[in-house]
Design a binder for this molecule. Structure first.
Ligand SMILES: [Zn+2]
Length: 612
């Protein structure tokens, strides 16, 4: 996750709070005189200067709040967010007016588009509409945050039920948790969600978009319909890999639970996959682990502890990776101002995030780091955001972002893919003698695939459903049925009990009530492998792709920096080409990475029915 001085993306999350004053516009364009290219240039210069000053102030308010939660800092951040949202809505509407001016320079046109499309959930200027939208979204978010399911008849909150879905193996209890969560949290949101869709579509129309879904799809340097087709093409590339994993996992679940719980054929019961949304399956690795190859022979948490690593030293190791690629060390202020461990004496937001407070060099991470393998990977991930932010800091304000929203999340993940056993040897964490032999590779790859491959259809279908809802192709009377149809079509899963239109299962996933677009996570999954393969090729790696680590390769670092430096100043294919030589996003690198696993899975699946 990233937070920046005034990240348009971060702000977008708060846009449900669109204030009523959004309708007040006082520019020449809005007053009816014809917009000109020169006026548009002046407007953009004014916006960039203004946001450049306000952004750091706003980031500091957010930082203080998230690292010191009190009623007072809550009030300060709410006030600052409302003011920022107000401002951004005005700028978006103004940008929409200038978009038709003749003779716009390519940069001004690009910046106007970025401003216009930066709002995730736009309210129309109709009196009362923004308040109605804000009320509906606030009710949904708050209901989600306070949501409870039950376990053995007792209430259990959101984070606890999420963890329990990963560790519980009693199918009756899994079903109870799944059904109670979806019924309690999702179903009551149905009306508010319908209201939200109607209002936000009107807001999108005022900004010149067909509907909210088209607005979301317009952020990818191509017509919205073309982008939708691109996601379909990407899915087709990785679908066979997913099918093999699905078939194998279904058999293992059938062996564990029996035909009555998980039949040999057909879709998988959604609550058996170790995750409330069946979006990542790593939590049930113990059920699918291949005999003899499942145990890797070492545990990163043990290695860290044996070498006396504390959280700060873990972050130093992460910094060391980027330094080995030739990136300058993190600034002194990073170490003074970051929250690396959870403070003992106050409430903080522990969810890991990376910040760039002043859009210059005031980089920070905010984590509640524990000495374990997950947090070691998370550190490499968060620092990826920080180095990206620093590389593009010389860009104009509106270009201070990733090439598209998939890029920012993919950078840290691609670096984290390089945390191989050989890398652990190089940084002195693992003895050479304990590097797992090649016969353990299937275990390593399967563990990775249970998260990264299993996620792909889920990452795709959330927005497939929302695009359909916003366009009207999915009417409100079909919300639940269409959701379940997409879950079946793409993921090959079914709910543990029949669902009907009194339910609203999409609402039981955070990003739907919070209106956070989701396709970025699908793209990031594919891009991280694409970046990884490019880095390994540049490093002259000859072995199987999944064993490559490009640690210490300064040529890779220089080329990476050349892509990162561009920020959002160019269409994303330009940025992609700088680092990978290709202008196309592709699933091919991910397929290659998992090729040994795919071959092994297909052996295991031989003569078994595939698909559902
Ligand atoms: Zn992130």
């Amino acid at each position: 996750m990233i937070r920046t001085g005034l990240s348009l993306a971060a702000l977008a999350c708060a846009l449900s709070l669109t204030p009523a004053s959004a309708g007040q516009r006082g520019t020449a364009a809005a007053r009816g005189s014809e917009p000109t290219a020169a006026a548009a240039d002046t407007f953009i210069a004014r916006v960039e200067a203004d946001l450049g000053v306000r952004g750091p102030d706003f980031a500091r308010v957010q930082w203080v709040n998230e690292t010191y939660i009190t009623d007072d800092t809550d009030a300060l951040v709410a006030k600052a967010s409302a003011a920022m949202t107000d401002l951004q809505v005005r700028y978006a509407l103004e940008a929409a007016k200038y978009a038709t001016a003749p003779g716009l320079s390519p940069d001004t046109r690009r910046k106007l588009d970025l401003l216009r499309g930066a709002i995730t959930l736009p309210a129309p200027t109709t009196p009362g509409a923004s308040q109605q939208l804000a009320d509906a979204v606030t009710r949904m978010s708050s209901a989600y945050g306070k949501g409870h399911g039950t376990l053995a008849g007792k209430p259990i909150n959101g984070s606890d039920i999420e963890a329990a879905m990963g560790s519980e193996r009693d199918p009756a209890k899994l079903k109870e948790m799944w059904v109670s969560w979806h019924d309690n949290v999702g179903a009551p949101m149905r009306q508010d969600y319908t209201t939200t869709v109607g209002i936000a579509n009107k807001g999108a129309a005022e900004l010149g978009y067909r509907d909210v879904g088209a607005m979301w799809r317009s952020g990818y340097d191509m017509p919205p319909a073309e982008f939708a087709a691109l996601t379909d093409r990407l899915w087709k590339e990785v679908e066979p890999l997913y099918l093999s994993l699905h078939t194998y996992t279904r058999r293992k679940l059938n062996e564990k639970y029996g035909d009555a719980v998980q039949p040999k054929m057909g879709p998988i019961r959604a609550d058996l996959l170790g995750n409330m949304w069946a979006q990542e399956w790593g939590n049930i690795y113990d059920i699918v682990a291949p005999q003899g190859a499942g145990d890797l022979g070492y545990d990163v948490a043990d290695l860290l502890k044996a070498r006396n690593y504390d959280p700060v030293r873990m972050v130093r190791a992460g910094e060391g990776f980027y330094s080995s690629l030739g990136f300058a060390p993190l600034p002194e202020t990073f170490w003074k101002r970051s929250q690396i461990v959870k403070p003992a004496d106050r409430e903080v937001v522990c969810h890991a995030s990376a910040w760039d407070i002043d859009n210059k060099d005031d980089l920070r991470i905010k984590m509640c780091t524990k000495v374990n393998a997950d947090d070691f990977v998370t550190i490499h991930h968060e620092l990826g955001h920080n180095y990206y932010q620093r590389s593009y800091h010389a860009q104009p304000y509106l270009y201070l972002n990733g090439a598209n929203d998939g890029f920012h999340e993919a950078i840290g993940d691609f670096v984290a893919l390089s945390i191989t056993p050989d890398y652990l040897v190089k940084i002195g964490l693992l003895d050479q003698t304990r590097v797992p032999r090649a016969d353990k590779d299937i275990g390593l790859l399967l563990r990775q695939a249970m998260d990264k491959v299993a996620f792909l259809p889920f990452g795709l279908l959330i927005d497939k459903w929302r695009w359909g809802v916003f366009s009207g192709q999915i009417p409100a009377s079909q919300y639940e049925a269409s959701w379940n149809a997409l879950r079946l079509q793409y993921q090959g899963i079914v709910p543990p009990v029949p669902r009907d239109e009194t339910k609203f299962d999409p609402g039981a996933k955070y990003h739907v009530p919070a209106s956070v677009p989701y396709t970025r996570y699908f793209l990031a999954r594919l891009l991280q492998f694409q970046f990884y393969k490019a880095a390994c090729q540049q490093a002259g790696w000859k072995g199987p792709l999944h064993r490559c680590s490009f640690y210490g390769n300064k040529a890779v670092g220089a080329k990476l920096d050349a892509m990162l430096k561009l920020g959002q100043s160019k269409p994303w294919p330009d940025a992609l080409e700088v680092f990978t030589g290709s202008r196309e996003m592709s699933g091919a690198a991910m397929v290659e990475y998992f090729a040994p696993l795919k071959a092994w899975l297909d052996q295991q699946n031989a003569n078994k029915p595939q698909g559902w």
